[in-house]
Design a protein around this ligand. Structure first.
Ligand SMILES: [Zn+2]
Length: 374
């Protein structure tokens, strides 16, 4: 690890508060949702019982300069596999989106114990860095964001109007931001790993598949739209092709799975997203923050969105098992296809076959909505 100084830059910009803390919304019974303590306990159990070298550690043990959450919780990573390529898999960057953590723990356990050829192929190809709970404070609060914390006072930091400072960790990997400790900690860890691929797991609202009206269970997304304003300009267009292949492969492999109904992730009915501040976008853009990524390392990343979340009451407990299972299947399928080269053989045009509304524009975090020019 390079010598570095990474003081938390506590931005003085306008508050992003969305109400005062604590304000976990909704009426969903969260008793069955995995807690931070559950997650740590499960990680330790998996490490102790694995047959194939699961290594569980904190970012403090990894040696990052900033190494805890805003409220001082340890940030956990688990690695498995001994392959030459590194894969970054993150869940629960949004605290009220729980199933990324549960799906990651389940897949980690399988990769650590299952001797079948499929799992062995994944372990032989990759070293996977699983981050089951990127946002432990927000998870404990059952909120999307996190709350910036005054450690000395053990209370939320507030803006000039006395409102709590709340940050969406998935908009915080941006030069001039990095407001939360989690962002500095995981960004530095990313620069130590220099992954080859990434997967990011989220939840969304309920939606229907374009054309059929069927309830969507899983949306396949890329935070910088293929063919959009940004992605074709990166690495000579390599990620514009590879991300389409990654999701195209998952779509073709899982489209006949009865309990999964897929589409492309879109917002406002017909907009693709082109969000440069998203964590995985910053990875694709090769962000060099505080000189920690001088070589401009970058890597392609795709995300999975499960329908429903825990703070608006839309996540039915009936769907819990299937919602988790579809994420496990999607991750395992993608890892297998990347390991055996079938992803890289997939026709990128399959991306167009994944159900989606005709695209009318790009929703960006840097230029509003950019209409598609006919
Ligand atoms: Zn999310």
């Amino acid at each position: 690890m390079a010598a570095l100084i990474a003081l938390p830059l506590l931005a003085a910009g306008p508050a992003r508060a969305e109400g005062n803390f604590p304000s976990p919304g909704g009426t969903t019974n969260t008793a069955s949702i995995l807690t931070y303590a559950d997650t740590v306990k499960e990680l330790e159990k998996i490490e102790a019982t694995s047959r194939y070298g699961v290594d569980v550690f904190t970012l403090a043990e990894a040696g990052t300069a900033v190494d805890t959450s805003e409220q001082g919780r340890n940030l956990y990573v688990a690695t498995v596999g001994a392959g030459p390529k590194d894969v970054w898999v993150q869940g629960r960057i949004h605290g009220n989106e729980p199933y990324g953590a549960e799906a990651i723990l389940s897949l980690l356990k399988d990769l650590g114990t299952n001797g079948s050829p499929e799992y062995k192929a994944i372990r032989d190809a990759f070293t996977i860095h699983f981050i089951p709970m990127y946002n432990p404070d927000g998870s404990e609060l059952n909120i999307r964001q996190t709350v910036l914390w005054d450690t000395a006072a053990d209370a939320p930091r507030t803006d000039a109007n006395g409102r709590d400072l709340i940050v969406d960790l998935n908009r915080d990997w941006v030069a001039g931001k990095f407001q939360a400790r989690e962002s500095l900690a995981f960004y530095e860890y990313w620069t130590l790993v220099d992954p080859d691929y990434g997967i990011d797991i989220h939840h969304q609202g309920l939606k229907q598949q374009y054309g059929t009206g069927d309830d969507v269970t899983l949306s396949l997304g890329i935070s910088l739209a293929p063919g959009g304003p940004t992605l074709p300009t990166i690495e000579g267009g390599a990620y514009d092709i590879l991300t389409r292949q990654m999701h195209g492969y998952v779509y073709e492999e899982l489209e006949d799975t009865g309990f999964i109904t897929m589409d492309r992730y879109q917002v406002g009915n017909s907009l693709e997203i082109d969000i440069k501040g998203g964590v995985v976008s910053a990875m694709m853009l090769g962000l060099n923050y505080q000189g920690l990524n001088p070589e401009g390392h970058s890597n392609p990343v795709v995300f999975f969105e499960t329908s429903g979340n825990t703070s608006d009451g839309s996540l039915g407990q009936k769907a819990r098992g299937k919602s988790i299972q579809q994420n496990i299947l999607a991750m395992r399928t993608l890892l297998t296809g990347l390991a055996n080269g079938e992803v890289q053989q997939t026709d990128p045009e399959v991306w167009e076959e994944i159900p989606h509304a005709p695209v009318t524009g790009y929703s960006t975090d840097y230029a509003g909505t950019i209409p598609v020019t006919p």
